[in-house]
Design a protein. Structure first.
Length: 79
């Protein structure tokens, strides 16, 4: 199983697009993901505010920053 964290914020259309892609991947592969709201922590706003959505692969701690495609996300989750 691949575990991911997506750094996101409310009213972010790019984050919503990433969530759609993640749901599509979860239908195809054994993937679980959780959302972390960056607006609740200044440190996360500073780190990810300009690059959200950001997907963190919990297995290897690599990050995939926007912009990315479904194919990019699929390849990222298989590493």
């Amino acid at each position: 199983m691949v575990k991911l964290t997506i750094y996101s914020t409310t009213h972010c259309h790019l984050c919503e697009q990433a969530e759609v892609m993640l749901n599509k991947l979860a239908d195809k592969y054994d993937i679980q993901w959780q959302i972390v709201e960056i607006s609740e922590q200044n440190e996360l706003i500073e780190r990810y505010g300009l690059t959200i959505p950001v997907v963190l692969h919990m297995g290897n701690l690599k990050e995939l920053n926007w912009p990315f495609s479904y194919a990019d996300l699929e390849a990222f989750t298989s590493t």
